[in-house]
Design a protein around this ligand. Structure first.
Ligand code: KQY
Length: 363
């Protein structure tokens, strides 16, 4: 594996959309006591179900600590590859590499600087050095050269692309003080254009209410095909989420993509708000002498946090009356893929969902 100091755009590489073909998917086994309640047992079961669903479609690799290797191996299907790797937590989307491809079908990785969603400003844990090495280690496993982009703080969940020249991000995240405070919005946009090889960046203002990643785009809005997006939505004007989703809707309605097309926006309803219970909180260790979750805290639940695999879409379920409606919408939007809905309340308690714990490798 070579570490490259050049820039993907100059080399003819671009980030493909998630709905383009994959050769595989990376995940990381959960065990961190201040993220996952009661030793992570419920989260492990949900992660295993996600891996089981995706492996019907593409090779899944689960990265796991030495301590958890036997448990993970026992809980996962035989054809999931289990590989020992040191990490700080379990968010493959965010600390894994962003892969780029060229017209000859070559694949390379990008290694952004990972600082646990905001470093010492408002990051979610310290240290994060093991997570920050994951992107390079995954590229090594994949035998792919990797672009050194460690001068720029970014996570995979903070970006979505349509594969045809358009990227989508949120200002709340990309312009947050804990990411790249010395760069202007236009410098950040140029950086995305150069590394993802896109011509247009759509800037939404917000993401999901109380999303601790500073409102990653992957929890609020996603491309389902070029010029079509799904947007997390509520009709309840008293819900703080209403103004946030409405602002996204207004921006998306007035934008055009890199190819000059208007966007079709599909509203994906949110589940009834989900809150932390006393029992949930009792199962979570404190981080740096502070509780990571409070009783009654609203969690950033959203059906948009799905993963598009080659032959299926794996989406969150919350045991909520809206589960069925959200699934029907995705079935309509992905007619050539099976839509698999899985229970994810325990992944949600960790602070994310299915998209956040997966990272695709393009074919
Ligand atoms: O991408 C994500 N949603 C990760 C959130 C991390 C939360 C750490 N507890």
């Amino acid at each position: 594996m070579k570490i490259l100091e050049s820039i993907p755009r100059e080399d003819g590489f671009r980030m493909p959309a998630e709905y383009e073909r994959h050769s595989g998917c990376y995940m990381i086994w959960p065990e961190r006591a201040d993220s996952w309640q009661f030793g992570g047992i419920a989260a492990k079961k949900e992660f295993a179900q996600v891996a089981r669903a995706i492996q019907t479609s593409e090779q899944v690799t689960m990265l796991v600590s030495e301590k958890e290797y036997d448990t993970a191996r026992r809980m996962l299907p035989d054809n999931v590859r289990v590989v020992e790797m040191s990490t700080d937590d379990a968010w493959a989307r965010d600390c894994g590499p962003t892969f780029v491809v060229n017209d000859k079908g070559e694949v390379r990785g990008i290694d952004w600087y990972f600082n646990a969603w905001g470093g010492l400003e408002d990051g979610l844990y310290f240290p994060w050095d093991k997570d920050n090495k994951v992107a390079r280690k995954v590229c090594d496993l994949e035998q792919r050269d990797v672009y050194n982009a460690r001068h720029f703080v970014l996570e995979g969940g903070a970006i979505h692309v349509d594969g045809e020249g358009t990227a989508m991000v949120t200002e709340a995240c990309l312009l947050s003080k804990g990411r790249n405070p010395d760069m202007t919005k236009s410098e950040i946009e140029d950086m995305l254009k150069e590394y993802l090889n896109v011509d247009k960046v759509i800037w939404l203002k917000n993401g999901i209410y109380l999303d601790e990643t500073n409102e990653h785009v992957d929890n609020i809005c996603a491309f389902v095909r070029p010029s079509e997006v799904v947007l997390a939505w509520t009709d309840d004007e008293k819900d703080p989420q209403y103004a946030m989703s409405k602002s996204c809707y207004d921006i998306l309605s007035s934008e055009i993509d890199a190819k000059g097309r208007k966007l079709t926006i599909h509203k994906l309803p949110l589940p009834t708000p989900i809150h932390m219970t006393k029992k949930d909180c009792e199962g979570i260790a404190w981080c740096d002498d502070e509780p990571t979750r409070e009783v009654g805290e609203r969690l950033a639940a959203s059906y948009v946090n799905f993963y598009i695999a080659n032959t299926c879409v794996v989406m969150p379920g919350f045991d909520d009356p809206m589960d069925e409606k959200a699934k029907e919408i995705l079935i309509r939007l992905f007619p050539n893929r099976e839509v698999i809905q899985l229970p994810t309340r325990n992944i949600l308690i960790g602070g994310g969902n299915i998209h956040c714990i997966t990272q695709q490798v393009p074919e």
